[in-house]
Design a protein around this ligand. Structure first.
Ligand SMILES: Cc1cc2nc3c(=O)[nH]c(=O)nc-3n(C[C@H](O)[C@H](O)[C@H](O)COP(=O)(O)OP(=O)(O)OC[C@H]3O[C@@H](n4cnc5c(N)ncnc54)[C@H](O)[C@@H]3O)c2cc1C
Length: 399
């Protein structure tokens, strides 16, 4: 019997790769470090590009059943409350890009992928399997878990997120690059949200050194709230009282609507924001990376998970088409993905700077954004939202 392909990490990228490989007739084993497969429960936005990949693994319908399509993504001035610009994400976007823009609870998204994995006999799911290291034996690979188990496979796909151990062992290229911002995320019942707050669309409040994003989830029953701000050197102590003081300081000039929403934040868990500079190669020997392990990005374009999902489908296609020549498959996968994902990283950094700009640069950016028509906006997003060309299914790769 052939060895299964080992996937380290059962996040969105890992599960997508598992399904995509299984759909190509390959056995896979997903090793997830958490005690059970599942997501940390916050909202996520998906651009229309992700549906090219979700269609390929047959989960679009299950995802859409749980999702909502907001009419717009609004960018609001976090000091004055004025609308700076809006990206229409309703009917006109769907017509232009042939797929919707959606907002969905991560738990629902994960569940759709997991249900598909569970019903595919070629996918084995191993929860509570925290991978400590891999060994490349030349003709096969093994991975060892922290609790002393060993799994054998033909290839290792490192889908273990921004703090990937697989990447650390492959390249030893240090930690991700923190950008000095911290974030809090919360979901509350929509009935708890104060009056006057936008509840249908995605709202992004952009302020000097801080922003806030909110949108509805689960067909308007829940409300997802994210607050991100530049960390202050004076606030190091890590308890809720200190976090509250730090937030109040960071948002001291914010619009009253934002201040009202801040009081709803769960301050138990603070998350540092960061990314990495792009690298050209994501593989060595029989081991390859995808998603945040390969190219973590800031969340400002809301595309990190979309990229992980696109990677998963692309990698599976390249492996299936390569007739066992995994080096050719990995090279082809990198060629297909490196520039697109690096562009997401770079544009996300640029947009991050726009959101948080101060003084005259803020006025310049606002003027530029206000001048944009819907057609301009769609044109700017076309490289991303039109999707990318997956290598043809039947195309063979030369040596
Ligand atoms: C605030 C915020 C908002 C965001 N919003 C969006 C958005 O709207 N749209 C979007 O597309 N993206 C968004 N992203 C980015 C997105 O969350 C990530 O890009 C995406 O989750 C990456 O998927 P992944 O599968 O590569 O990694 P992860 O989702 O990080 O999954 C990695 C998995 O590997 C497991 N793991 C880790 N180490 C090991 C190990 N050693 N052994 C076994 N298992 C291991 C983890 O438990 C986890 O399950 C956002 C990110 C943040 C922080």
């Amino acid at each position: 019997m052939n060895d299964a392909t080992l996937i380290v990490g059962g996040g969105l990228g890992g599960l997508t790769a598992a399904l995509a490989l299984a759909r190509q007739g390959r056995a896979v084993r997903v090793l997830e470090g958490a005690p059970s497969f599942g997501a940390i429960g916050y909202g996520i936005q998906f651009g229309p590009n992700v549906f090219h990949a979700l269609d390929r693994i047959g989960v679009s319908e299950a995802v859409l059943a749980k999702a909502d399509a907001p009419p717009a993504c609004l960018m609001l001035d976090a000091l004055t409350g004025e609308e700076v610009t809006r990206v229409p994400t309703g009917a006109s976007l769907r017509v232009r890009f042939k797929h919707p823009y959606i907002i969905i609870h991560r738990v629902d998204l994960h569940e759709a992928l997991l249900a598909a994995c569970r019903s595919d006999p070629l996918v084995a799911l191993e929860p509570d399997a925290m991978v400590a290291r891999f060994t490349d034996h030349g003709d096969h690979v093994t991975v060892a878990t922290e609790d002393g188990r060993e799994f054998r496979g033909d290839l290792v796909i490192g889908a273990d997120g921004i703090r990937s151990r697989t990447r650390a062992q492959l390249f030893a290229d240090g930690d991700p690059r923190p950008n000095g911002y911290m974030g809090f995320r919360t979901i509350v019942p929509i009935g708890d949200v104060p009056g006057g707050v936008q509840r249908d669309s995605v709202a992004l409040w952009a302020g000097p050194g801080f922003h806030m994003v909110h949108y509805p989830l689960r067909h308007g029953t829940l409300f997802n709230l994210v607050a991100v701000f530049r960390r202050s050197a004076n606030f190091e102590r890590g308890d809720v009282t200190a976090y509250r003081a730090e937030l109040e300081h960071a948002y001291r000039n914010a619009h009253p609507t934002i201040k009202a929403l801040l009081s709803m934040l769960d301050l138990q868990r603070r998350q540092a924001v960061g990314d990495r500079d792009a690298i050209r190669h994501w593989h060595k020997g029989r081991v390859v990376l995808l998603g945040d392990a390969a190219h973590p990005t800031l969340q400002s374009l809301a595309q990190g998970a979309c990229m992980a999902i696109e990677d998963g489908v692309c990698l599976a296609d390249c492996i299936a088409a390569a007739d066992g020549d995994h080096q050719a498959a990995f090279r082809r996968y990198e060629n297909a993905r490196v520039v697109r994902t690096a562009r997401v990283t770079l544009e996300s950094r640029y947009i991050w700077d726009v959101y948080h700009a101060e003084g005259i640069s803020r006025e310049v950016y606002w003027q530029m954004l206000r001048e944009r028509s819907e057609a301009d906006t769609f044109q700017c997003l076309a490289w991303l939202y039109d999707g990318f060309s997956l290598p043809a299914k039947t195309e063979k790769i030369g040596a």
